[in-house]
Ligand binder design. Structure first.
Ligand code: HEM
Length: 202
């Protein structure tokens, strides 16, 4: 969000309209928060957590589109490539939640990142629903209450963190300097109430 202030602004406009200033987002808001849903989908596509999934081993001889795959072969699915195919996702390196929206609704004809980011078949990630719901709620709650401010270098240029990925099985931004501040007095109140409820529960 620090890199894309206009996208942050659009999400906050939607949150203001649907949720309003007096409460935090809830799962009952899910169907109405189309733009927030699209941000979550684009996050899973743009800088996916496991770009090459998890390797699988073929237990018996197989064939795929004329390729013979002998038993014992290791198969690595390039999910990154599937979700950065420019024919399916124009300008794939750019973060564009709009690519998932048509006529104000999520467009079911666009390839769904959630069908590729969590692996495939019998060993597909069992945490995918928990993870997707948590991601949606985290994005909604953070953007509802906080403004994320992009960091600038000493010359005043916006810091470009978009291509800086930490290497490894799991990928993620190396370091994204940014700051966050309450969007308004109402937002600060919501954060303080939520924090005190959290402490009471502990
Ligand atoms: C954004 C978050 C997550 C991503 C991108 C992710 C992705 C994946 C992927 C790609 C696999 C390998 C699937 C395959 O073998 O093809 C996997 C497996 C697994 N994930 Fe996740 N996962 C996430 C969150 C979670 C969460 C929150 C949980 C638990 C609550 C979880 C539990 C597991 C388990 C237990 C497996 C192993 C399944 C098996 O081998 O049978 N994951 N995940």
């Amino acid at each position: 969000m620090g890199l894309y202030p206009e996208i942050q602004r659009k999400a906050q406009e939607e949150l203001d309209r649907i949720v309003g200033p007096n409460r935090l987002p809830e799962f009952s808001d899910y169907d109405d928060l189309i733009y927030v849903q699209a941000i979550a989908l684009e996050s899973m596509r743009w800088m996916m957590v496991l770009p090459l999934g998890v390797p699988h081993r073929v237990t018996r001889d197989d064939e795929y589109k004329g390729f013979f795959i002998p038993a014992g072969s290791t198969i690595i699915v390039n999910a990154w490539s599937i979700l950065h195919d420019p024919d399916v996702f124009p300008e794939p390196e750019n973060f564009k939640p709009e690519r998932f929206i048509k006529d104000g609704r999520l467009d079911p004809s666009v390839r769904n990142p959630l069908e590729y980011a969590f692996g495939f078949g019998r060993r597909v990630c069992p945490g995918r629903h928990l993870s997707s719901a948590s991601l949606f709620m985290t994005i909604a709650s953070v953007l509802h209450t906080l403004k994320i401010n992009p960091a600038e270098d000493e010359d005043g240029n916006l810091f470009d963190g978009s291509t800086m990925l930490a290497a490894g099985l799991a990928a993620g931004p190396n370091r994204v300097p940014c700051s966050a501040s309450p969007r308004s007095a109402d937002a600060e109140h919501l954060i303080r109430v939520w924090c005190s409820m959290d402490q009471e529960e502990q």
